[in-house]
Write a protein that binds this ligand. Structure first.
Ligand code: NAP
Ligand code: ZN
Ligand code: ZN
Length: 354
């Protein structure tokens, strides 16, 4: 066992604070990783504050991890000491069911093991995530990072925000000639804009924040629509092939469903604590529209996304924070004031823990 320093919440009402625990000694198939950077996903906040009513405490959030390999088990073949690697939202799954054998571990019939708040070996103890000094992960859930060494902090958010947007854009076949809407310019949304643009789509960004217009265009959007402006919304009615909705709060889905063409799909990835108002059935049946959902992405597809981003020069736009600034970052996230992902410099953990 290895003593590990971290930041944890011990209840929904307490701020994150220094916390110590022990990581397992790496087994034959394990990779031990020193964590360099960890992105701050809105799911971290939902979990720390028990907004999904499933948090096991103490909880150590963080599932956008980039780090360096410090040890490998005797059967590890893909990684060696000193390699730069990533860990996303999953650290294990049953590896036997149909979704697992199809490379869709996120839809494992038995439930994947989350990087945090996952049940450890089926027991009550929960996994601890990336707001920590290091982590031990089974080789098959570790990703190769091929971006330049100077970009590693900005690569971290790809491990969740990147794959969560890449996977549905691929699944629904987004390509050149498609008009694609991205709703919400936060961590997920800004990755959605970059990736959809790199896939060749015409990208329309829908935002509630007028001051994000210029940024959205710089990030790759071709058009920006203020979703609270009825005229701007009406101008898009029936024009979009696909919409990826990343909003973290309940809102009126009809406003967006009515923008889809015949047979168009809106896929929800945002996971608000309380339900959206039910959409109007007529908005769906009149043009055979579809409302769908999508969860992160499998390990194989996460590697594909990392390689795609490296090839297209895509990283996240980040604001680096110290570990002890995490609560301020959460408060800013709640005000949609993220440009466009906070990433914790994990070198600040020790100093933040005294
Ligand atoms: P984020 O950085 O906070 O971004 C969310 C964005 O949604 C905000 O920046 C804002 O963009 C918009 N927004 C917020 N409140 C809104 C409201 N009341 N009405 C309309 N728009 C609003 O969060 P994130 O990290 O991207 O995560 C987004 C959601 O996805 C969270 O619920 C998270 O838990 C979930 N998630 C799901 C998966 C999955 O696998 N499905 C994976 C990761 C995260 P504008 O300022 O542009 O309006
Ligand atoms: Zn996430
Ligand atoms: Zn499985």
């Amino acid at each position: 066992m290895t003593p590990t320093l971290a930041y944890a919440a011990v209840s929904a009402k307490t701020p994150l604070a220094p916390f110590s625990f022990e990581r397992r000694t790496p087994g034959d198939e394990d990779v031990a990783i020193d964590i360099l950077h960890c992105g701050v996903c809105h799911s971290d906040l939902h979990t720390a504050r028990n907004e999904w009513n499933n948090t096991l405490y103490p909880t150590v959030p963080g599932h956008e991890i980039v780090g360096r390999v410090t040890a490998v088990g005797s059967r590890v073949r893909k990684f060696k000491l000193g390699d730069t690697v990533g860990v996303g939202c999953m650290v294990d799954s049953c590896r036997n069911c149909q979704p697992c054998t199809d490379g869709l571990e996120q839809y494992c019939d038995k439930g994947f093991t989350g990087t945090y708040n996952g049940s450890l070996y089926g027991g009550a103890e929960n996994t601890y995530g990336g707001y920590s000094s290091h982590i031990v992960v089974r080789e098959s859930f570790v990703l190769r990072v091929s971006h330049d060494a100077s970009q590693l902090a900005a690569v971290a958010p790809l491990l969740c925000a990147g794959i969560t947007t890449y996977s549905p854009l691929r699944q629904w076949g987004v390509k050149r000639g498609h008009k694609v809407g991205i709703v919400g310019l936060g961590g997920l949304g800004h990755m959605g804009v970059k990736i959809a643009a790199a896939m060749g789509a015409h990208v329309v960004l829908f935002t509630t924040s007028a001051d994000k217009r210029e940024d959205a265009l710089r990030l790759g959007a071709h058009e920006v629509v203020l979703s609270r402006n009825e005229d701007e919304m009406a101008a898009q009615a029936g024009r979009l092939d696909f919409i990826l909705n990343t909003v973290a709060a309940p809102h009126d889905l009809d406003a967006f469903l009515s923008l889809l063409k015949l047979d168009g799909t809106m896929t929800l990835v945002g996971a608000p604590a309380t339900p959206h108002p039910s959409p109007n059935v007529f908005n769906l049946i009149m043009r055979r529209r579809r409302l769908a959902g999508s969860l992160i992405g499998g390990i194989r597809e996460t590697q594909e996304m990392l390689d795609f981003c490296a090839e297209h020069g895509i990283v996240s736009d980040i604001e680096t924070i110290r570990m002890d600034q995490i609560e301020t970052a959460y408060e800013r996230m709640l005000k949609s004031d993220v440009k466009y992902r906070f990433v914790i410099d994990m070198a600040t953990l020790a100093a933040s823990a005294v």
